[in-house]
Design a binder for this molecule. Structure first.
Ligand code: HEM
Length: 500
């Protein structure tokens, strides 16, 4: 790059910084009536933002303890805008019920994930993909247990190479991401999966990278930057190549067999049905599959790995969970009825979701118009969300034990209060799957898949953390997200299993 080119780049970036600051000042003025956690001045708010990045739960917990009584909403700094949270978890109910025409989930993901570029959100903003997830995938869970079990057996053989009586060490998070990607896609797409799963995992990583990179550039030149550097169009073409023979075969079989055609029960085929009804092409199907893969693989892997690390750091709970798994599988086999009977495991994994929140914030929306929430004025284009730390550690909901990990918590609640809060249950104080109108439609599938994987590990393998004194590895907070340690290793060896 010569001097004039570098000067031009510096000039554009300086203008962009100025524009962002002016925007941030403007937004600060419009939100002046909403108290701030940290500094209110837009420039000083960057100090608060750095504190938030260094210790997100600590910053929010300290901030919340200083909020004057009676306050309904507060604002918290983020990179170039404020995020407005209801002070009390119940306040999110009103946000979660608002229609998209008032508080938009799509606009929020366009802002946080640059979804227009990374997920082609403008082409699929009708969210039709939710329908088969809610109405078919979630209602056929029994059918998927044997498929998931078989795919797990094949995956563990291919990925983990555990043989004989020897302990084998593996880096947990990346191995689990591959396992979940493979097992989920066995159900979402069907066989064969060779090569395809890596493309899906890489696509998700590309989305994260582009979501961080693109906002550095002013909106007007983002399409150009995206065109010049984004690997996502190539990823789209590669993934489409895997779907095309399956889609072509469906077309051929439908033409040949008419009403006699029995379609495979996969999300890919259900999305093809939707594309037919709405007269859309194959691109529509591929884009929706990409979106679902992005939304399901890392969320499930992160949630599962948090639970695995917690379980292995508590040997007495490993024994309790294994006893339950062995007894249930003896009686029910690998069936949905069996999965439903794993009540200790369910309570343990729900507590892990509560305790190791998936991040600080969930359920982001952007106001499409000037509006008001609980009598508080919310200007157009304000980012709103729920403070998950506050919701999951609210002592009003959980009592004095809120900061303790209690694997029996949800069993006790059921016994004492008759309220059944299970792994996929979404409540205002357990928000990992979101809450309300846009709560995750894949949560029933994800919950069963995670329980099955944990049960499979416990049934067929001995496992222990490959860390100092078997301690739970520290989580890694990155921006709003809480990821289990990505380099921590787990040791496993085959158990002598007498029942299949
Ligand atoms: C442990 C695993 C998962 C977690 C923690 C999770 C979490 C979430 C969260 C927090 C939301 C947003 C809620 C909101 O904005 O209010 C969401 C939405 C969504 N999830 Fe999941 N998810 C998981 C697995 C899955 C799976 C397996 C699928 C598909 C098979 C899926 C499909 C979706 C879809 C389509 C949406 C958009 C819903 C809408 O906008 O109405 N998720 N998920």
């Amino acid at each position: 790059m010569d001097t004039s080119q570098s000067s031009a780049v510096v000039g554009v970036l300086t203008l962009w910084c100025l524009y962002s600051l002016v925007h941030f000042f403007g937004e600060t003025r419009k939100l002046a009536h909403i108290p701030t956690v940290g500094f209110s001045n837009p420039i000083l708010s960057y100090f608060s933002y750095i504190q938030l990045l260094l210790d997100p739960p600590g910053f929010l917990e300290r901030g919340w303890s200083k909020i004057p009584p009676g306050t309904k909403y507060v604002k918290v700094p983020s990179m170039a805008r404020w995020v407005v949270f209801p002070v009390h978890p119940e306040g999110y109910q009103e946000i979660s019920r608002a229609p998209d025409s008032r508080l938009s989930v799509t606009k929020a993901s366009e802002d946080t994930l640059q979804a227009k570029y990374t997920m082609y959100s403008e082409e699929i903003d009708d969210n039709l993909q939710i329908i088969p997830i809610r109405d078919k995938l979630s209602k056929m869970l029994g059918k998927f247990v044997p498929e998931v079990h078989d795919e797990l057996a094949a995956t563990l053989e291919d990925e983990f190479h555990v043989e004989g009586d020897d302990w084998k060490s593996f880096v947990a998070l990346p191995t689990i991401i591959n396992t979940i990607a493979r097992v989920s896609n066995r159900v979402l797409v069907g066989l064969p999966l060779i090569g395809y799963v890596k493309e899906c995992v890489d696509y998700a990583v590309n989305v994260f990278i582009m979501a961080y990179l693109l906002p550095i550039f002013p909106g007007v030149i983002r399409p150009l930057v995206n065109w010049a550097v984004s690997p996502i169009p190539r990823r789209y073409r590669n993934i489409k190549r895997y779907y095309q023979p399956l889609l072509d075969e469906r077309r051929r079989a439908k033409a040949d067999l008419g009403d006699q055609y029995e379609e495979p029960a996969t999300l890919l085929m259900w999305l093809a049905d939707i594309a037919d009804v709405h007269k859309r092409g194959d691109r529509d199907i591929v884009l929706r599959m990409l979106g679902v893969n992005f939304g399901s693989i890392h969320t499930t892997s992160i949630t599962f790995t948090h639970a695995l690390f917690s379980l292995l750091s508590r040997p007495e709970d490993v024994e309790t969970a294994r006893r339950e798994v062995v007894e249930v599988i003896d009686e029910e086999g690998w069936t949905k009825a069996g999965m439903d009977r794993l009540r200790f495991l369910d309570s343990f994994m729900k507590e892990s979701q509560r305790f190791d929140t998936i991040g600080t914030t969930i359920g982001l929306r952007i106001s499409v118009e000037d509006t008001s929430l609980s009598g508080v004025f919310i200007p157009k284009d304000t980012m709103l969300g729920a403070n998950v730390i506050n919701a999951h550690f609210d002592s009003k909901a959980w009592g004095d034990s809120t900061h303790a990990f209690d694997p029996y918590r949800f069993l006790k609640i059921e016994e004492e209060q008759g309220r059944r809060i299970q792994l996929p249950t979404s409540t205002i104080n357990t928000m990992t799957f979101g809450y309300g109108r846009h709560a995750c439609p894949g949560r029933f599938f994800a919950a069963q898949e995670m329980k099955l994987l944990m049960a499979y590990f416990l049934f067929y393998y001995d496992l222990k953390l490959d860390t100092k004194n078997g301690e739970k590895p520290k989580n890694f907070w990155f921006g709003m997200g809480n990821v289990p340690n990505g380099t921590a290793r787990v040791l496993m060896r085959r158990r002598k299993v007498t029942v299949e």
